[in-house]
Design a protein around this ligand. Structure first.
Ligand code: ZN
Length: 305
């Protein structure tokens, strides 16, 4: 039985149980006239998500839509597998992400480069989503999910094709990765900075935009609800340039890739210590330091060209 948490009468958080780690990757179920998921989790946990939908009292065949904040495999990797089971679902995505849902071959190639054979046991390979089911969400577009009218916000930085979804009436904001990674109950933020689309100043502008909207609750994919919204977003605005500075100075002093990964891992582990002895390990499962380091290195090298 997957862990589910009811966050409101019409909102349920499903824990995908990714890597047998609680609170690593979440999927939100919106109930109401148009039952829908926000995020799908990776391909590897699709059955857990469907079990979670049932545990919340909904027959999965009653789902009508899925919206993904971006197409990274931990957020949207199960979209194709869901559509194979439930071909009527509409899939909402940022216009720049849509082609990769329809043809995930480039996503798979780049994930293979990063994860090697571990890809199959960790995330799994995404299946294609039929083009006819894909709906584009431009900045400002409204979409009905569950019984809520959500507004799509173009929120680049972590990736160019990232969107967030704001429910203006409740103040709930589905942040995807735009607000970083924060374990439930924690006050420590880790910026996920994998390659290849990381853009630090653009992300900072996104964080400023989200702060200005004054959300009342942030719903993170990694993980769960957080109500210290402005402080959380402000901390991200500090953590991001700090991580960039660490990697930049390591590059300047001639460290090789492995040494930079270690330095970033050590800095993250000591910052995460406030959340207990296993916090750094859990963060590492959600977002390996190696990927964060590679994304920052790539960003520095391409930005300086
Ligand atoms: Zn991501």
């Amino acid at each position: 039985m997957p862990a589910i948490e009811r966050l409101a009468d019409d909102l349920v958080l499903i824990d995908t149980g990714y890597c047998r780690t609680p609170a690593a990757i979440g999927v939100y179920l919106l109930l109401g006239e148009r039952p829908a998921l926000v995020e799908t989790g990776p391909d590897s946990t699709v059955e857990v998500v469907l079990e979670g939908v049932r545990a919340a009292g909904l027959d999965p065949s009653d789902l009508r839509a899925v919206a993904v904040t971006h197409i990274h495999l931990d957020h949207a990797g199960a979209a194709g597998a869901l559509l194979r089971r439930l071909p009527h679902l509409d899939v909402y995505v940022h216009p720049l992400g849509a082609p990769h849902l329809v043809d995930p071959s480039r996503l798979i190639t780049s994930a293979r480069r990063l994860y090697g054979d571990d890809l199959d046991t960790l995330l799994g390979e995404p299946e294609p989503v039929p083009a006819g089911q894909v709906q584009l969400l431009e900045d400002g577009a409204q979409v009905m999910l569950g019984s809520r009218r959500l507004r799509s916000l173009d929120t680049p930085g972590h990736a160019r094709h990232h969107l967030a979804l704001l429910d203006e009436s409740s103040g709930d904001l589905f942040t995807g990765d735009a607000a970083g990674i924060c374990l439930p109950g924690s006050r420590y933020l880790l910026p996920p900075t994998p390659p290849p689309e990381l853009d630090v100043p653009t992300w900072d502008a996104t964080l400023a935009r989200l702060r200005a909207l004054r959300p009342r609750r942030l719903l993170l994919t990694h993980f769960g609800p957080h109500t210290w919204c402005d402080e959380l977003l402000a901390q991200m605005q500090q953590r991001l340039p700090a991580a960039l500075g660490l990697v930049r100075s390591a590059l300047d002093s001639g460290l090789d890739e492995e040494a930079i990964v270690e330095r970033l891992r050590a800095a993250g582990a000591s910052a995460a210590e406030v959340d207990g002895p296993d916090a750094a390990g859990r963060m590492e499962i959600v977002m390996p330091s190696r990927l964060n380091a590679l994304g920052l290195i790539r960003y520095i090298r391409t930005a300086s060209r």
